[in-house]
Structures are given as structure tokens and as C-alpha cells.
Design a binder for this molecule. Sequence first.
Ligand code: CP
Length: 369
Amino acid sequence: MIESDRTEERATRARRASRPRPGTRPPGAAPAAGSPAAGRVPRREAGSAALPAAEPLAALEHRHLLGMRGFGGEEIDLILDTAKAFAEVSTRPIKKVPTLRGKTIVNFFMEPSTRTRSSFEIAEKRLSADTLNFSPSSSSVVKGESLLDTARNLEAMAPDMIVIRHKAAGAPHFLARHCRSHIINAGDGAHEHPTQALLDAFTIREKKGRIRDLRVAIVGDLLHSRVLRSNIFLLNTMGADVVVCGPPTLIPAELARLGVAVTFRIDEAVEGADVIMMLRIQRERQQGGAFPSPREYYNLFGLTVERVRRARPDVIIMHPGPMNRGIEIDSAVADGPFSVILEQVTNGVAVRMAVLYLLAGGTLGELAG
Ligand code: CP
């Protein structure tokens, strides 16, 4: 765990302890028909039969979204339930709600991105926020301005939130210590990519109806993957059974401590899987020599139609993108009947709308009401 994760966890625990838990509705009242909360069974701690059932969490306890480490199941459920409510907005002829009118959001992307950047921008526009897109090539970063000075100057213009992607692990945590704005991690080095894990969880829940007890196989370049780390924290919290697979040269030692099964054989990983999540081979981050050739990698770890047959008949195939077709995944699988890869992208907008709304102080009750 990096030190900045510990600092954020301590701050969140303190906020959690001091904040009275808000209710989404008066005690005993039924949730609004058709609302995301309707039909959900209130949680009850084991052995607390005499206590009244706890109200579901209505507001986020975290001030920032820096990573999935430290997020509890209730907060994750809240984000996914809120995303479910927002998903409908993208199906309307006029895809816009006034929810974040008057809020300013800076998209501070210091690394390339197709999906995450456009997904955040679309989510912000659908919520009527004012957005500023900031990239290194069009800024004074090319003149050597530091991350802190850049952030302080952006903050001087009073944004409400900063969405940051950066090659350095911990960069969003650094901003969170120095900025008043809410910080959202859109991917920091090989550390975390929390909104990717949340949209993956939303997609799994939509397709399978649950996350608990599903067998999720995650295969690929485990060493360099921020998507892997965020997914492990989230899936473990939500009670999935996670198995990870990749070449020994691309498996970090820390995985053994993260409560997942590890295998070097893809056939073993995908056997009986409910979900197969393929990860990109990140050739730009590898120092060289992790495997002999792309062809060898495909033969040993590529997801083919034959390998998919080992999984459950209703398996779903996921990939965060961008894909290396013919290296980690066969095109017949990527474009085949079990693939939900483009649905992940669609769901990303709703999940990011939910994250922005909740970090701005919104509650699910207000949305449902
Ligand atoms: N999944 C993902 O992070 O893709 P981008 O790098 O295109 O944002």
C-alpha cells in the first residue's frame, strides 16, 4: 500500500466515524416504486437480530475517488445503484439533466486516453457541468511547470472537481492533499483505475444480477495493470471468487497477499468462469523480455473460441480496452456473442455520472425522489 492510500483511508475513517448516517427516506417508508433502492434488502450485521435494520447508505463517505482500496460494499452499491438511475438519461432524445449546473470540472489528462477521457467529458456534459480539458501538449507543463504548480493554478480558478490521469502512481493522492477540489483518479501509473473497476462491476451486475460468488478470471499483463488492482479490491469486497492468470514474468509478488488465486495456465483460469476479463499487454510499460514474442503469448495466454468453451455457457467476456487483437484476445471472441466489451464503454458514462453526482454531495434519495 502506498503511503498516500493510508492517509486517504485514515481521513475517510475519521469522516465516517463523525458523520451521522443519512437516510434515503423516513424510517419505515417504502422506497419510491421503480427507484434504484426499491426491492433492496436492508443490510443487517450478523448477530444483530434485535437491532432495527440499517438504512442503506445515501451519500458517499469518501471525499475523493482515488482508488477502490478502502471502499466498502455499501459505498460501491450506492455508486452502482446511482449509475443505474443515471443510465436512463443516455437513452433519451435529449441526453441532458441540470444536476451539476454551475459546477466546474477540470479533466487533467497527462497520459493518452480514448475511453476514459471521452466518457468523463460526456458524463459531465450530460449533467450540465462546465468542463475544461487540459492536456500536456497545450499547457505550460511542456515548459517544465510542476504538477503542484499546475494544480494550484487550476485551483485558483475555483473548479469543483479535478479528474486526473497521470503516469505516476500516487499523483491523484498528491493532488488530494494539496487541493480543495474533489479529486477523481482516472488512472495513475500501474496503481489504480477506480472508475474502470466500477463500470466493470456495473456491467457484471447488469448481466448476472449479482457479483457475490461469481468466478471471475482476470488474464493478461498483471504487473502493469491498474485495472487489475482496482478490480481485485472491488471484487473481493463484493464477494466474488477471483482467479488471476498471466506469465510468471508479468505477475507482481504482492498478488499473493491480495486474496486471489494465481495460475500460469489460462485453461485452468477460465474453467467454469462466469466472467473472463482480459487485460492488455502493455508493451509501452514493459522493459523487454517479459515473453518471447506476441505469437508465443497468444498461444499460451490468448483468449480463443476454444478456451471460452471451458467457461460457463453464459460467460461474459470483458476487456477495458484498448485491445491488442490477435495477442491477448482473438477477434472472434472480442466481437463474439459473449462479449460485453462495448457495453462496458456505454456503462462507463452512467457510472461516471454517478461518481460526479455523489462526490458533488448528491444522494440517491434525492435522485429517486
Ligand atoms: N479503459 C481505459 O482506461 O481506456 P483509455 O486508456 O482509452 O482511457
